[in-house]
Design a protein around this ligand. Structure first.
Ligand code: PLP
Length: 363
């Protein structure tokens, strides 16, 4: 277990203003590369390679044609009604966000005060740590065990955590913790447990049912990956209404714009598109896993739309560089104690074949 106090004593002397110590001390989150020019095969940020449901673009066009003079619906009720029907809850169990990152921010701001503790697993989504740093909070990283499970340290009450994040499936590993184990974690933890299900549409199970019986479970969902809408910025969470009411005090008044609300509502309405897309991604994921294994990588079986692979005999950073020089972007990740590896998003069959073919020529 690693404890990290982010408040620092660093000097911060600008002429007319003073940046908070914890902000000047932190690095800031670095998002994956998003080249805006040139043609790349982009397999580095877990976007969906297929265009979204045609209903999405039609819905956005209708709103755009109607003009954007007015502020949007502050709570995005059109979306909440559809999401509530999908998950068999009332609409006051749903809160919408400008991407699920917005919801992770709102959750941190609501539950974790300055100097208090936020718990997260390691290695996992780096943004959680950044959110703690912005808040001036302490983040406590509990290391995954070698089989990507978490031991009882994750649920211990000893450091009085005020919030725990658990990405499920996890990134970069693509592994899933079962609903039963997560229910036990929620029962032991003395704080809200945020199950970040950004990738759950690609997995064999999810935890939305747990919200009904566990007041401290909050599930966040993203439309960026499984609905092919990373550029739209839309996510939502499911929690008990008492929690949704508190969180909505913290969000920006109009955190979702009118185009995003219309597009997201049309997307969640088209569950046939989602099912087809999921099947395609899962089929290509298997090809990617098999192809990487054939190249001698240790491949972690994935429940998400990306695959994590390490190599015991060959450094992987040069492979990442070689792919990039051929205009194929994947994610190279390095974890002290954990080794380094490639996280490759599941693209189209052609994109994955191009990636594997390039690796075959350079290895
Ligand atoms: C685990 C995890 N949670 C949340 C997000 C953010 O998703 P969104 O695009 O909905 O903000 C990501 C994005 O990569 C992620 O990997």
């Amino acid at each position: 277990m690693v404890e990290n106090r982010v408040l620092s004593e660093s000097q911060n002397t600008m002429k007319y203003f003073r940046v908070r110590e914890n902000i000047s001390a932190m690095q800031g989150y670095t998002p994956g590369e998003q080249p805006q020019t040139g043609k790349f095969i982009k397999l580095n940020t877990n976007e969906n390679p297929y265009p979204p449901s045609a209903q999405v673009t039609q819905a956005i066009a209708r709103v755009a044609e109607g003009g954007l003079l007015r502020y949007p619906d502050a709570m995005a009720d059109a979306f909440r009604i559809r999401a509530a029907q999908l998950w068999n809850v009332d609409q006051d169990w749903i809160l919408c966000g400008n991407g699920s990152d917005d919801l992770l921010t709102i959750l941190t701001r609501t539950f974790v005060g300055e100097g208090e503790t936020l718990r997260l697993p390691y290695p996992s989504y780096v943004l959680y740590r950044t959110l703690a740093q912005i808040q001036g909070a302490i983040y406590e990283e509990i290391h995954f065990q070698s089989d990507w499970t978490l031991n009882e340290q994750f649920t211990s009450a000893s450091s009085q955590p005020k919030l725990a994040f658990l990405p499920n499936p996890n990134s970069p590993s693509g592994t899933l913790i079962s609903k039963e184990v997560i229910a036990q974690m929620a029962e032991r933890l003395p704080c809200p447990l945020i199950v970040d299900e950004a990738y759950a549409d690609f997995a064999d199970s999810h935890c939305i049912e747990l919200v009904k019986d566990h007041e401290n479970v909050v599930v966040t969902r993203s439309l960026s990956k499984s609905y092919g809408l990373a550029g739209l910025r839309f996510g939502y969470l499911i929690a008990q209404p008492r929690i949704v009411r508190e969180l909505s005090k913290v969000k920006d008044s109009y955190n979702c714009d009118a185009l995003a609300i219309a597009g997201a509502t049309a997307a969640i309405d088209d569950q046939d598109w989602l099912a087809d897309n999921r099947n395609r991604i899962v089929t290509t994921r298997r090809r990617l896993e098999d192809g990487m294994s054939e190249l001698g990588f240790s491949v972690q079986p994935s429940q998400a739309n990306f695959v994590w692979s390490t190599h015991s005999e060959q450094p992987v950073q040069p492979l990442y560089e070689q792919l990039k020089s051929k205009r194929i972007l994947v994610r190279y990740m390095q974890y002290p104690e954990w080794g380094d590896g490639l996280r490759i998003s599941v693209g189209t069959d052609d994109q994955i074949e191009a990636c594997l073919a390039t690796l075959r020529t350079v290895m």
